[in-house]
Structure formats: C-alpha cells, structure tokens
Ligand binder design. Structure first.
Ligand SMILES: Nc1ncnc2c1ncn2[C@@H]1O[C@H](COP(=O)(O)OP(=O)(O)OP(=O)(O)O)[C@@H](O)[C@H]1O
Ligand SMILES: C[C@@](O)(CCO)CC(=O)[O-]
Ligand SMILES: [Mg+2]
Length: 384
C-alpha cells in the first residue's frame, strides 16, 4: 500500500504574529510544495522486528526505529486516526529520547522538532506498523514560507489516506480529499505544528490544507478571492531563524508591555481586514487596478512597521526593504521574520526591466529571489 501527498507552502500578506494573539491575518498558498511518499506494509505484521523509516531528502538524513524499540519506549500506543490529539509532556520526553539516540549533528538540531512531530503523528495514526516515509520539499526550510506546516499537512494526509477513515478508491491522478478528511488532516497537522512552533495560530496548516487565499482569525477561516492576480516577489535573505523562538519572543514582549502590544495587535487586525477588503474590491481597468495595488502596498508597509515594533525584523530584512524601495516597490517580511523571506508586490503595470533590475541587485547582494503563483491549490494526494 502506497500513497503520495503534496501540500503547499504559503505567504502571509498581513498579520503574522498578531494572529497568534487573536488578530486577523491574510495568507495565501504558493505553488511550492512538500511531497511525501508513504509506503505501509500490509498486515499481517511480523511481531517486533519491522522498522519505521523516515527519509528527509532535503537534509540528506534517514532515521529508522525498530517497532520493538517504539513499543518499549512508549507506555501505551493506541492509534486513533479520527481523533486528533496533542502530544503529552510524557510522550514528548519519550520522543526526545528516541531522537537523541539518533545523534543529529548539532548544526542541524532544529530538525529534531520535525522528527518529533512525525513520530507523534505516525504512532497516533498508525500505531506500530512497519512503514517507509520519504519527504522532499520545494520550499526553503525555516524561512517563513511555511515549510513546517506543509511538512505536517503532507505527512498527516499521507498517513490518513492509508487508514479506514478515507473513502477514496480506484481513482487516478492527483486528488483532493473531501471536506471531512481535509478537516481531519488539518487538525492532525495543527498538532504537529504545536510540537514545532510551540504556540501556533493554525494559519499556516490551514492555508496549506485548503489552499487559495484566506482571512484567518482565532481558528476560523474565510476564503477570499482577489479580483486581479497579485504578483509577488519572494526574497530569501538566507538568514536562518526559528519560528518557535520568534513567537516566544513576541509573547515575552507582550508580557512586558501588555497595553502597547495589544494596541499593536489591534492595529494589525485593522490592517488585515482592510487588506482583504481591498483584495476583494472590484478592479476593472488599469486605474482601478493601480489604485488597489497602491493601497495594498501602503498596508504592507504599515504592517512591516508594526512587525518591527514586535521585534521580529532583522538587518537582512531591512537591507531587502532598502533595495526594493530604490525601485519604488513596497515590501514586508513574511512568516515569522528574524531573517527568512521578504515579500514584495510587483504591480501589474510595473515595467519588466524595473523588476529585473531590482532582482539583479537583490541577487548581487547575496539574496535569493523566487517568483511564486499565489492563491493556488491546497493539499492533494495520489494513489498512483
Ligand atoms: N522538508 C523538511 N524536512 C525536514 N524537516 C522539515 C521539512 N520542512 C520543515 N521541517 C521542520 O520544520 C522546521 C522549520 O519550521 P519553522 O516553523 O521554523 O520554519 P517555516 O515553517 O519554514 O517558517 P514559518 O513558520 O515562519 O512559515 C525545520 O527545522 C524542521 O524541523
Ligand atoms: C509567526 C506566525 O504568525 C506565522 C508563521 O508563519 C506563527 C503562527 O501564526 O503560528
Ligand atoms: Mg513554520
């Protein structure tokens, strides 16, 4: 039994961090995916000696655990695919021990949290069955484009696809799950994100699961539809950072300055709501499209100022902003910040040579520019 899944990364147009504190945010799927191949050995299982193998191709690492080792390490494993559940503190300690035994090199220690998430999802959904899981991603890891969420969504989807919870049979090509299965995958992926992010809002796994462009607040999503295509340039500063630490840093600042930070989050809430209204507003000719894009640019700049206030900008992000500003282009960080990726709106009427000159200057400065389609597909699976 074998299944493939792919789940997209995302950009956040407005509202990162503030969304963790109850504000509205706007996000969109991008056409860069994490891909999973999941092969499950059919029953009857040999007792004890099979392996669960996880191959992380992007980082060139392979982990495997004998089923007997997992059985011995966990007090109890009761797979319940249709009941997403959090990883208990006790089980988290077991996962830490199981991953520590693998001696991940210190320079790559941030990968541990992804492996914990995998083991929690695997044992909670399938229990003790021999299997092989291979993960590859088009996304730069830990750069603000939702690699952790697309990792959790694509793994959860592949695991769920090979349980009795799914009713898809004899279908060919890339398929979408029904709403019930999508909801289930999204809930499991959120449990994985909790292990990687600490305190996620759920926006990243939700947009990766459902795709499109969404407005998100306190776990509720509203789909939004742009009346004109938005062209975004993504610039990777290549400065590594960790979402969990950045989210925790903003919470600490909010604890130190509760009134000021609540006002910042409230301002972001207004920005996100206005951004989604503008995105959905009709634009039929060049003048209205330009007016709409100018409003989006201004809102992006305002949001960037507030992200700086939250303490999540970075010298590398500021360098990208200075460069794009020279070409009169508006930018903001996207995702958790602290390095990672910056988003720049490329207006519809922008002359190609201006965009090319901006990209050349960014690349000459050591940054990596990516162009991505915004607001596309969500999670898909294939049994071929
Ligand atoms: N393809 C992958 N292979 C292995 N681990 C992965 C993969 N994708 C994500 N991860 C895990 O997710 C972690 C990165 O998550 P993190 O939340 O810090 O960044 P991000 O999701 O790319 O950015 P953001 O949360 O700001 O959108 C990695 O350190 C690793 O543990
Ligand atoms: C920084 C954050 O707001 C977005 C990360 O892509 C964290 C979250 O919402 O879980
Ligand atoms: Mg993440």
């Amino acid at each position: 039994m074998e299944v493939r899944s792919r789940a997209p990364g995302k950009i956040i147009l407005a509202g990162e961090h503030a969304v963790v504190h109850g504000a509205t945010a706007v996000a969109a799927a991008i056409d860069l995916y994490t891909h999973v191949l999941f092969r499950l050995l059919p029953p009857p299982y040999d007792s004890g000696d099979g392996l669960v193998e996880l191959e992380l191709k992007d980082v060139d690492l392979v982990f495997s655990w004998p089923l007997s080792r997992l059985e011995q390490a966990f007090k109890e494993i009761t797979p319940l695919p249709s009941s997403p559940r959090s990883c208990s503190q006790e089980n988290l300690e077991v996962l830490q021990m199981l991953v520590e035994e693998k001696n991940i090199p210190e320079a790559r220690i941030e990968l541990s949290s992804g492996v914990y998430a995998f083991l929690h999802l695997y044992t909670s959904i399938h229990g003790l069955k021999p299997a092989k899981v291979v993960v590859t991603s088009d996304l730069p890891l830990g750069s603000g484009l939702g690699s952790s969420a697309s990792f959790c969504v694509s793994i959860s989807a592949a695991l769920i696809a090979l349980t009795d919870a799914t009713a898809i049979e004899n279908k060919t090509g890339w398929l979408t799950f029904g709403d019930t299965e999508l909801e289930l995958v999204n809930k499991w992926a959120f449990e994985g994100e909790k292990i990687i992010h600490g305190k996620p809002s759920g926006i990243d796994n939700t947009v990766s699961t459902f795709g499109s462009m969404i407005m998100f607040r306190s776990g509720e999503l509203t789909r939004i539809k742009s009346t004109a295509p938005l062209k975004m340039l993504i610039t990777n500063t290549k400065v590594g950072r960790n979402t969990k630490a950045l989210v925790a840093g903003v919470s600490e600042r909010a604890f130190r300055h509760p009134d000021a930070m609540q006002s910042v989050f409230a301002a972001v809430d207004f920005i996100s709501k206005e951004m989604s209204t503008v995105i959905e507003s009709p634009a039929s000719d060049d003048i209205s499209v330009t007016a709409k894009e100018e409003k989006i640019e201004e809102l992006m700049e305002m949001n960037q100022g507030l992200l700086q206030c939250m303490g999540v900008s970075h010298a590398s992000i500021e360098a990208v902003l200075r460069t794009t500003l020279k070409y009169k282009l508006a930018s903001k960080l996207t995702g958790a910040g602290g390095g990672g990726c910056v988003l720049t709106l490329l207006p519809t009427l922008l002359c190609n040579t201006v965009a090319e000159r901006a990209i050349d200057e960014l690349e000459a400065g050591g940054f990596q520019c990516l162009k991505a389609e915004v607001g596309g597909k969500g999670l898909e699976i294939s049994f071929e």
